[in-house]
Design a protein around this ligand. Structure first.
Ligand SMILES: Nc1ncnc2c1ncn2[C@@H]1O[C@H](COP(=O)(O)OP(=O)(O)OP(=O)(O)O)[C@@H](O)[C@H]1O
Length: 588
């Protein structure tokens, strides 16, 4: 098992462009690729990548600069023009696209012991002024649906399970309220710093722990935390495998308020009580929660969710986020939550949005390489992500396309951390590139302008099934951008066919002829089993608030809000109104 339990068949150690036949340059391929806009990519520095880490002095992305402020004069520090430029004006994160409203067109369902009014404008969320300023510098004009609901719930201190589509801003949905809540109290809550330890490294005593399945995702959340903690006393630190532990220890020793990491490395650090203690933790966040609760990480999760050594803080909040949340994982999640935890679901758990056009093409197994080449040459050259199920398949495909002069890079769990870091850097560069990857890239990764995702291999059950498909295609069409996903289908993928058809129907897309037989009788999408949330209604003590899109115009008559005639709270309800125990369902 590789990182965070992902299934990846092992690789055999090929180098770029030499997996099958060595480098072959066909002048016709070369001319065709260049004419089509696929340009030569920079040469890889294999000497650096293959040297023992002790012989090189790499710049680890996890050591990227964070804002440092000891809070001598108040809790907001002076601006740092250079860091501000790096954090807010780079191309590192996706700027919202023009179809953001299409993404909001989902029903929100909230279940919990209380009513929370959604907040559509950050200005109305009661955020710390510096956090609000940072949000604006990120160019976040207004909240997304998941943020509208989660911000007030987290501010009120509830445990939370939140589910919303890929690329809908879940990271900021938890980081913004957590950072804002801590901002005014950092001085009181914060762990030690070298400044009050005679300049010596200190033990890390984070206030927030964020656990994610992959290194790239940890890095991405760290970067978002660096933006949102700008000019505050809060110091984020990122720890994951593949980086020498000494590098992690150095960063932790400078003081740590938000710790973001992968479960294996976090567990290693928790086993060193002089390096890390969880005694101050106020928020534990599990991102991609269904993956983390899938069973592969039982020991690590039990330890992390138990607060490690001696955290008995009754205010400790547990937050879980994902785009998919199968029933089994939700049951496990409930074991960790306080009794009054809140559930928020935007749309159906596991739904995709209409901004991603999904093509399913029938391709026989032995035709797939040529079909991919033809596909890449039939569309304008663009940043493209191709998913395979195994490491050898990734490497073979990389070799094939490279030899046909398409600029490619590849990424899987056996690549060294330096190679993985470099692959991310190059994929985000100016040149259109094809990144070929295993599942390791399927979840959470937010690279701007990925216009095309190709499921070269569809993920069968052993590779995560339909949930994995949803995460994979969610690497495009993010936060209001349009995207395109193409999947190669053949008889081997029949186990996925009924789910695929339902997702196509749900988003109003064309069902290809070869999938017609898998259409439900009524001809409309039917979701059963692990993607529905129907066990929720049966639970006593919970109020459900279905139906409201917080961004919709309020209705003109009470009737439009449902049979109970309750107030149209989407735009006007008071926060924190306790729902009457006799009310079965409240429509907002
Ligand atoms: N309110 C907002 N307005 C505009 N852009 C936003 C807003 N909130 C977040 N974003 C941007 O949207 C992009 C996607 O956000 P994020 O990666 O958190 O999505 P996600 O829901 O976690 O996706 P996934 O399920 O794939 O992990 C990021 O680049 C983020 O900077």
């Amino acid at each position: 098992m590789s990182e965070a339990g992902f299934q990846e068949a092992p690789a055999e150690g090929f180098a770029h462009g030499t997996a099958t036949s060595g480098v072959v340059t066909n002048p016709e391929d070369l001319a065709a690729a260049r004419a089509h806009g696929w340009m030569e990519d920079e040469k890889l520095d294999y000497d650096t990548f293959n040297a023992p880490t002790s012989e090189i002095n790499p710049t680890w992305a996890s050591s990227a600069k964070v804002y440092e402020w000891e809070g001598d004069e108040g809790d907001v520090g002076p601006p740092d023009a250079e860091l501000e430029e790096q954090l807010f004006r780079g191309d590192d994160h996706t700027k919202a696209g023009s179809s953001l409203e299409d993404m909001m067109d989902f029903e929100a369902k909230v279940e919990g012991p209380k009513h929370f009014a959604p907040i559509t404008q950050f200005e109305d969320a009661g955020l710390h002024p510096q956090v609000l300023a940072n949000v604006k510098m990120c160019n976040y004009e207004s909240t997304t649906a998941i943020q509208a609901y989660c911000i007030p719930i987290i501010q009120a201190g509830h445990d939370l399970v939140a589910v919303a589509q890929t690329g809908s801003g879940k990271t900021a949905a938890y980081l913004i309220p957590i950072i804002s809540k801590l901002m005014g109290k950092v001085r009181k809550l914060q762990g030690p710093r070298p400044a009050n330890n005679n300049g010596r490294p200190v033990r890390a005593e984070p206030l927030v722990v964020i656990v994610v399945p992959t290194r790239e995702l940890a890095q991405q959340i760290f970067d978002e935390a660096r933006r949102l903690c700008y000019r505050s006393m809060l110091r984020p630190v990122c720890s994951y495998g593949g980086i020498p532990i000494g590098v992690n220890l150095q960063e932790l020793g400078k003081g740590c308020d938000l710790l973001i990491g992968t479960p294996g490395r976090l567990q290693d650090l928790m086993n060193k009580p002089d390096v890390l203690t969880m005694r101050r933790v106020k928020f534990t966040v599990i991102d991609e929660a269904d993956e983390m609760l899938s069973g592969d990480w039982d020991d690590e999760m039990a330890k992390l969710m138990g607060g490690g050594d001696a955290n008995e803080d009754p205010d400790h909040a547990y937050l879980m986020f994902s785009a998919t949340f199968p029933k089994e994982a939700r049951k496990v999640a409930r074991d960790y939550m306080a009794e009054d935890f809140v559930r928020v679901r935007i749309g159906r758990a596991g739904s995709t949005h209409r901004n991603v056009t999904q093509d399913i093409i029938f391709v026989e197994r032995n035709q797939k390489k040529q079909a991919l080449y033809d596909l890449l040459m039939s569309r304008p050259a663009c940043r493209t992500l191709v998913f395979c199920n195994s490491k050898p398949a990734v490497e073979e495909l990389d070799d094939y396309l490279y030899n046909r002069q398409i600029p490619t890079i590849f990424l899987h769990g056996d690549r060294s951390q330096l190679e993985r870091q470099d692959a991310m850097r190059r994929f985000k560069g100016k040149q259109p590139l094809v990144l070929i990857a295993t599942n390791i890239f399927g979840r959470g990764i937010d690279v701007p302008q990925v216009n095309h995702v190709v499921c070269y291999d569809l993920p069968g059950v052993e590779y995560g099934g339909i949930s994995e498909y949803i995460h994979r295609i969610g690497r495009t069409g993010r936060i209001g951008h349009k995207g395109h996903a193409t999947s190669f289908y053949n008889e081997k993928n029949e186990d996925l066919a009924p789910f695929l058809v339902n997702i196509l129907l749900e988003t109003g897309q064309t069902v290809p002829d070869f999938l017609e037989t898998f259409k439900p009788e009524a001809g409309v999408a039917e979701f059963e089993g692990d993607l529905t949330d129907d066990e929720v209604e049966a639970e006593p003590g919970y109020m459900t608030a279905p139906g409201a899109n917080p961004f919709a115009e309020p209705p003109t008559t009470d009737d439009a809000w449902g049979a109970t005639g309750a107030a149209p709270a989407a735009t006007t309800a008071e926060a924190d109104t306790t729902w009457g125990a006799s009310t079965a369902t409240v429509s907002w």
